[in-house]
Ligand binder design. Structure first.
Ligand code: PLP
Length: 406
């Protein structure tokens, strides 16, 4: 039985792929007193975060901020744009894509689920040619939306969203493109406008380094028009009233004031570092992690190097090893949380999160905990992944920020 009186020395290592560790700067900002959400100071805060978050999505169009987890923003995307009984084309990249499909069913939509068979689909990103082929057959345009996950948090596999857009355009199909970038935004390159996304869905607790509790819908003019023309029965999620209040920096209901203080601070931190530097840092940490996994002699869950995730790495266990037992051992011995395998992969792999407020030394400690835990669990380790990662990080000043510091 876990005693709440016991507090291990040092910081807990929260190396799951979200929620990610919340930096002290953000925690302090969130401790400012809660203010009147209809008063003048709040309007200034609202206007700042509503403008700032657009830069992160790379959009000129409105971004809605909900006091809800990412699941709420999924529901908002579907319920504002789809009509009862509409067909939506969804793509199975992993557990989260599957959950979004289940939600579509429970909202009375008709999802069609494309994907590669077995776990193969969970090891590769979206195959745009499959989407194009399906849309070409839909000559009556019954499919109203294509829904894909940008960074599949359950596997560590990304998808090429620009290629999905090209597939829709090549088929000459008018379906909306909706993208879940809940774990991609703020860690992996994302371009709402340039990639022609109609609704991007995201959350606070991953690349934005905030606690869970707020989530986002970035919109396109076409998505806004669809919501004005129809939608599912909805109230809390309805964009229209929110967009109206947001014009002056307010919400039609009580927003999460303290999380918005945190968001304001997170935006300053991310823009201060520079979005490109943030993306390059994540790529570098991900590459070091993969080198460690290969040195251990273990397999990376993502089977296509073109779509490796910069956010997390899925580590497959050898046949007969229970990944959850390894994770438990690491948690109990080193006070480090790793991501458990979800859905189809249950017990077969664990996930190392290297997103958000993570640097070279955070990652080295994480990999050291993994390596010790693997050995303690009797998993054969070919050579030191820690040394492989150190060699890479120590000899590659390859991000713009590191080059400037060299
Ligand atoms: N989609 C993805 C890709 C996720 O990673 C998550 C959560 O981890 C969700 C959706 C669900 O978001 P939430 O748990 O914030 O409701």
């Amino acid at each position: 039985m876990l005693s709440l009186d016991f507090h291990p020395a040092g910081r807990h290592f929260l190396q799951i792929p979200g929620p990610s560790p919340v930096p002290d700067r953000i925690l302090r900002a969130m401790s400012y007193p809660t203010i009147d959400h209809r008063g003048p100071e709040f309007g200034a805060l609202g206007r700042k975060v509503l403008a700032g978050i657009k830069q992160i999505f790379k959009t000129e169009h409105p971004v809605i901020i909900y006091p809800a987890s990412g699941t709420g923003a999924w529901e908002a995307a579907l319920s504002n744009t789809m009509n009862p009984g509409d067909t939506v084309l969804m793509y199975e990249t992993g557990h989260f894509a599957t959950l979004w499909k289940t939600m579509a069913e429970s909202l009375g939509l008709k999802p069609e689920f494309l994907g590669l068979p077995g776990i193969e689909g969970w090891r590769r990103g979206v195959q745009p040619d499959m989407i194009e082929a399906r849309l070409r057959k839909d000559t009556g345009h019954a499919i109203r939306a294509v829904c894909v996950v940008h960074n599949e948090t359950s596997t560590g596999v990304t998808s090429d969203i620009a290629a999905v857009r090209r597939a829709i355009d090549a088929a000459g199909h008018p379906a909306l493109l909706m993208v879940d970038t809940i774990s991609g935004l703020g860690s992996a390159d994302y371009r709402h406008d340039e990639w022609g996304v109609d609704v991007s869905v995201s959350g606070s607790q991953k690349g934005l380094m905030l606690p869970p509790g707020i989530s986002f819908n970035a919109l396109s003019p076409k998505a806004i028009a669809a919501s004005k023309a129809g939608g599912l029965p909805r109230s809390f999620w309805r964009w229209e009233e929110i967009l109206e209040s947001n014009k002056n920096g307010y919400w039609p209901y009580t927003p999460s004031t303290n999380l918005l203080y945190g968001l304001s601070e997170a935006l300053d931190m991310i823009m201060g570092e520079g979005l490109d530097n943030v993306f390059a840092r994540h790529q570098r940490l991900a590459e070091a992690t993969r080198r460690a996994v290969r040195a251990w002699g273990l397999e990376i869950q993502c089977a296509d190097p073109a779509v490796y995730s910069p956010v997390l790495t899925g580590v497959m266990m050898p046949e007969g090893v229970d990944a959850d037992a390894v994770r438990k051992r690491i948690y109990e011995r080193f006070d480090m949380s790793l991501g458990q395998a979800l859905g189809k992969m249950k017990g077969r792999m664990f996930r190392i999160g290297h997103l958000g407020d993570c640097n070279d030394l955070t990652l080295m400690a994480t990999l050291a905990g993994c390596e010790m835990g693997l050995k303690m669990s009797g998993v054969p380790v070919r050579e030191s992944g820690v040394v492989a990662a150190m060699d890479y990080l120590g000899s590659h000043a390859d991000t713009p920020a590191l080059k400037a510091a060299a």
